[in-house]
Design a protein around this ligand. Structure first.
Ligand code: CTP
Ligand code: ZN
Length: 154
């Protein structure tokens, strides 16, 4: 199984969270969503690893950190098929799929340049819509649809 190659490339962790099966092009979005650039825990990131199902995948391992489901579900915006593995004492004790949240507040940017959220200090707010397996964001303020997830500040 090609997954075994990735295990050699990124070492196992003792305790923490492993986010697996992230499309290679979405890995930096996931880092933004979880604000991992400010993490105080050790974070190991693998990009462009071989995967049978995705061609190339990304993996993120956060040692000694366990996230609320609500935080993990936001990953669905960038990586709807990611797998979350909970690691305790080197063992995978739980494996879960993430669920797309119905509303998304303050993470994504509205693509409409005229939207109030791009001009006033108003947190963005969207409803999620799935269209042909792609996640689209419907803005609560301007009612325009944002087709691609754009992290705030980009
Ligand atoms: N992992 C880790 N540290 C551990 C145990 C597992 O970093 N102590 C990682 C593995 O490298 C893998 C993920 O957690 O990326 C899931 O582990 P496992 O379920 O053993 O791998 P697979 O069977 O390949 O997972 P899946 O079926 O979800 O592809
Ligand atoms: Zn808007």
């Amino acid at each position: 199984m090609s997954e075994k190659h990735t295990q050699l490339k990124v070492s196992a962790i003792k305790d923490g969270t492993v986010l697996d099966h992230i499309p290679a092009q979405s890995i930096f979005q996931v880092i933004d969503i979880l604000d991992l650039s400010h993490s105080e825990n050790p974070v190991t990131i693998g990009v462009n690893l071989e995967s049978r199902s995705l061609g190339r995948k990304g993996i993120i391992k956060i040692s000694d950190r366990f996230f609320a489901d609500e935080e993990l579900n936001r990953i669905a915006l960038a990586a709807p098929d990611a797998t979350v593995n909970i690691i305790k004492d080197y063992e995978v004790v739980q494996k879960k799929k993430i669920d797309l949240p119905e509303t998304v507040v303050g993470i994504a940017k509205c693509s409409n340049p005229m939207c109030v959220t791009n001009h006033q200090p108003v947190p963005t707010r969207f409803s999620t819509v799935v269209d042909h397996k792609k996640v689209k964001l419907l803005c609560h303020y301007c009612e325009k649809t944002t087709e691609e997830f754009i992290p705030l500040g980009h």
